[in-house]
Design a protein around this ligand. Structure first.
Ligand code: GLA
Length: 339
């Protein structure tokens, strides 16, 4: 079913945005720290038109689900919550958003840590900017997308995913300081390419998940250490004074920030891979966001010839692994690993 078949006319405009894979810097963004994602080729596309019955209508091709917003004070659930959140936030900024017909299709896998929700938020906001001529820039789009996620989907996330979806390309990494939003484009390590493999264990990060709990633990650790955010600490020894589990949570964030800062100084693929392996161990042992299926997949990858390093990527509690592998060998390595 396409836009025409669902809504009985052609869309006025269309916009899209990519998912992302994070190479280093996990759970550092809401600690004001450093991240190193890249965009992936998979994208979410949103087609928009004006609705004539006074209500918003959202349709997801992948879910074959239509949500009609008849009651504007009631936030819908699922994919519609992200779109609804973007519209509400724009309205709160003073923009008038007319009733819309909105059609979503996506090749970004859902629930595997590749930011399908950020891709939907950024594509929706790009589409609205285009349709209504809104004077909002790419950073503002990322900020609005993050707020849609926090206020309307219940995930107290950082800004990495939306910044990556809004600003990163697929042929380089985006080094982002999440406190200042200063950023730099960094080439992939020489002679290497990226391989992403899904563990098959899907996650749901929002409300009631370990994700929001980890964020609260990080903030508590920062408070006890007397800093605004864990980003303000560079020596992992500082964490030793904290009680468990705050000690290990803080140690992960501090060492992870240090790994990103080392990686952006143009390290070799071999060294970059070692940093990824250390990041995985830290996520597994200190931050406790991995699951056995991902640990197994990462361990197999780390032992496979041609792999420089591998780790869990994204919010965790399931999802995909990312590996840095010898250029040109990704496909062959994936086939070996999945056998
Ligand atoms: C999710 C969140 C991001 C970030 C990662 C973990 O993807 O949306 O803000 O915190 O988890 O690095």
């Amino acid at each position: 079913m396409n836009f025409q078949q669902i809504f009985g006319k052609s869309p006025e405009t269309e916009a899209s945005a990519p998912g992302r894979v994070n190479l280093l810097g996990e759970h550092t963004d809401y600690n004001d720290g450093f991240v190193l994602p890249t965009a992936i080729p998979q994208r979410t596309t949103v087609q928009l038109g004006f609705s004539t019955d006074g209500h918003h209508h959202f349709y997801s091709e992948d879910l074959d689900e239509q949500v009609n917003i008849l009651e504007i004070n009631h936030t819908p659930s699922g994919f519609a919550s992200y779109i609804f959140g973007c519209i509400q936030l724009l309205q709160k900024q003073g923009y008038t958003i007319p009733p819309l017909s909105l059609y979503v299709k996506s090749t970004v896998p859902i629930g595997v840590g590749l930011s399908s929700s950020a891709a939907l938020e950024v594509a929706t906001l790009r589409g609205l900017r285009e349709l209504l001529n809104l004077p909002i820039n790419d950073v503002e789009i990322a900020q609005l997308g993050q707020q849609a996620e926090i206020q309307y989907a219940g995930l107290n996330c950082g800004i990495m995913d939306q910044m990556a979806s809004s600003l990163a390309g697929t042929d380089s990494m985006l080094f982002l300081d999440t406190r200042t939003l200063e950023r730099r484009v960094i080439p992939f390590p020489g002679g290497a390419e990226i391989l992403v493999i899904d563990s098959g264990v899907h996650h749901a990060l929002a409300a009631g998940s370990g994700y929001n709990q980890r964020r609260a633990e990080s903030e508590e650790a920062a408070r006890r250490l007397g800093v605004k955010a864990l980003r303000d600490i560079t020596d992992p020894q500082a964490a030793e004074s904290l009680p468990e589990p705050l000690r290990r949570r803080a140690r992960h964030v501090i060492t992870e920030d240090n790994r990103v800062l080392e990686a952006v100084h143009g390290v070799s693929a071999k060294r970059f891979g070692e940093l990824m392996n250390a990041s995985h161990a830290s996520q597994r042992n200190d931050y406790e966001v991995s699951v056995p299926a991902v640990d197994t997949l990462v361990a197999i990858l780390q032992k496979t010839p041609g792999v420089f390093g591998a780790r869990l990527t994204g919010g965790g509690f399931g999802g995909a692994s990312v590996a840095l592998v010898v250029a040109g060998e990704g496909r062959g390595i994936a086939t070996n690993v999945l056998e």
